[in-house]
Design a protein around this ligand. Sequence first.
Ligand SMILES: [Zn+2]
Ligand SMILES: [Zn+2]
Length: 250
Amino acid sequence: MLGAFGGEGLGHRPSAFLINDHTLLDGGTVSGALTVPEQLSIEQALISHSHLDHVAGLVYLTETLGFCETGAAVTISSVDPVVNTLRAGVFNNILWPDFTKIPHADVPVVKYRTLVDDVEQRVGDLWVTPIAVSHTVPTVGFIVHDGSTGLIYSGDTGPTSALWQAARGLRGLRAVILECAFPNRLGPLAAIAKHMTPSLIERELDKLAPEVPVWIFHVKPQFEEEIAEELGRVGSGRVSLLEQDRVYSI
Ligand SMILES: [Zn+2]
Ligand SMILES: [Zn+2]
């Protein structure tokens, strides 16, 4: 758990996970959570959407990879609109250098891969299915599986159903990782920004297999205590907040 939050604060890093040492699941923070050797072992980055709290860490990761000159490279994978935004809006030689040409176009630090919606495909040593969710920009959640166990990752989303339907009957499902951004009193803002509140999460639980634990990330740092208290009343022990810097096994 590299970054557990939907923003940045003292001790609060934006959303990112590292799976099995080699695959980033979103990249809101990377270099602020990993040593240089750990960063060099990253090979894949699965990106849910283009918002900065999910991609900002990629820009410093690319510098780490570029400066070390070890030949290390990261393949940034997502659906077409997300890849296009990263290419045209971030690594565009204006906001940040185009690392698909650095140090050389033949051996770049960044490669892009466009994933097909709703199809399970191989990414590194994992099986990944991107499913569109409900957010203010094109966004996917991911079903991630290693052949025996798997998890569902919501990305940023308001209430949704396709992701939960796609995961129905999934073998070895061990966790649902679901976002929560705002406390209940900011429900109207959550509706506009297409995010979850604890009371919205309570309704999502009815759509999920009852035995699977639900792990929450992406709390906005300024609402951490308020959301934790409200989540404590949801799901009778089934819902828990993910802790930054902790290693989780499924
Ligand atoms: Zn976010
Ligand atoms: Zn977002």
